[in-house]
Design a protein around this ligand. Structure first.
Ligand SMILES: NC(=O)c1ccc[n+]([C@@H]2O[C@H](COP(=O)([O-])OP(=O)(O)OC[C@H]3O[C@@H](n4cnc5c(N)ncnc54)[C@H](OP(=O)(O)O)[C@@H]3O)[C@@H](O)[C@H]2O)c1
Length: 300
């Protein structure tokens, strides 16, 4: 987009510059939104400032810089500390929280933001960092429809497929955790299958065209196609998201399943596998490092 049109676009602040928050901020900058960034560890703002963002030193300064504050951090506790840290500077502004959480936490956040005079919208990001800003990016939102409608044009800078799921603020994270469970179950099955055919000498590159062509292309399948090199080389870079990040989100799936009154058997299994991967020393790498655990001899 032509950045000369930047004066027509709404200013945005992004708080949280991990792999995902940095990708969101970059998308706003690239679209031409005047973008302010804040992160607990200030050094992570540097690449975004070089790209055209402004760095706020404090949370009140960050919140006061734009009518919209987008938060993207590890969990609700971190998002809550950002809302509380911004405090009265949020009056009359809107908070969009794209951090992993539970439906209960999403509902609580509405009142938290309202206590500082801010409108609140909860959202979830359903794709990996490298598609943020592009047509393949998928976002779910839920809560106040008028708040969603007012922010939609700005939020479209983050990418193509934007869905409003309903007026319960907990719906977006409910769908998010449900679909993450679906993705992990698929990924775990794939990795187990790759480990199994690997016992006969097949590489992931051998197996992918056979195993994955059984499944329709979607969000998960391209991730697994992209993982072939990692699996075959045994190198799992965590720069786009880590096992620890997924473990944190798996906790949310477990707690949400419990809170919704359904079995926790599957999420307990998923969490257990992620914990084993962290214990094996792969916590800071990508999810695909789990294959190192799956390749080990049977325990029983
Ligand atoms: N990466 C992905 O592929 C992906 C995909 C979909 C959704 N998401 C979601 O996006 C969110 C961010 O994920 P991520 O990949 O960027 O990495 P992450 O490790 O989940 O989050 C890192 C960010 O959280 C901040 N943070 C953590 N605790 C904090 C606290 N107590 N106070 C203030 N800031 C705190 C970190 O600040 P410091 O830099 O100071 O540590 C950093 O900015 C998560 O909720 C994740 O579930 C990620």
């Amino acid at each position: 987009m032509d950045k000369t049109a930047a004066h027509d676009l709404a200013p945005v602040t992004v708080a949280g510059l991990g792999p995902m928050g940095a990708a969101l901020a970059a998308a706003f900058v690239d679209r031409g939104h005047p973008t302010t960034v804040w992160n607990r560890s200030a050094a992570k703002a540097r690449p975004l400032v070089a790209r055209g963002a402004r760095h706020a030193q404090t949370l009140p300064e960050a919140a006061g810089a734009s009518p919209l504050l987008v938060i993207c951090v590890t969990d609700y506790a971190a998002a809550k500390s950002i809302i509380e840290g911004a405090g009265d500077a949020l009056a009359g502004r809107t908070v969009v929280n794209l951090s992993s959480s539970t439906p209960e936490e999403a509902r609580e956040a509405v009142g938290l933001a309202a206590g500082f005079g801010a409108a609140y919208l909860d959202g979830t990001i359903m794709v990996p960092v490298h598609v943020i800003g592009g047509p393949e990016a998928v976002f779910f939102y839920s809560g106040s429809r008028p708040v969603y409608d007012a922010q939609l044009e700005t939020l479209r800078a983050l990418g193509g497929d934007v869905r409003f799921l309903g007026d319960d603020p907990g719906l977006a994270v409910l769908y998010n955790t449900a679909l993450l469970g679906l993705m992990w179950a698929t990924a775990n099955g794939y990795l187990h299958a790759a480990a199994l055919v690997g016992t006969a000498g097949a590489t992931a590159a051998d197996f992918a065209p056979v195993g994955l062509d059984w499944l329709l292309p979607s969000v998960v399948i391209p991730i697994l196609h992209g993982a072939t090199k990692e699996i075959d080389e045994g190198v799992y870079p965590g720069d786009a998201g880590t096992v620890r990040m997924n473990l944190n989100a798996a906790d949310h799936l477990l707690e949400t399943s419990r809170a919704q009154g359904i079995s926790t058997h599957v999420p307990r299994f998923l969490k257990d596998m992620l914990e084993r991967t962290v214990e094996a020393g792969y916590g800071d790498g990508s999810y695909m490092g789990m294959i190192e655990v799956l390749r080990r001899p049977a325990e029983g």
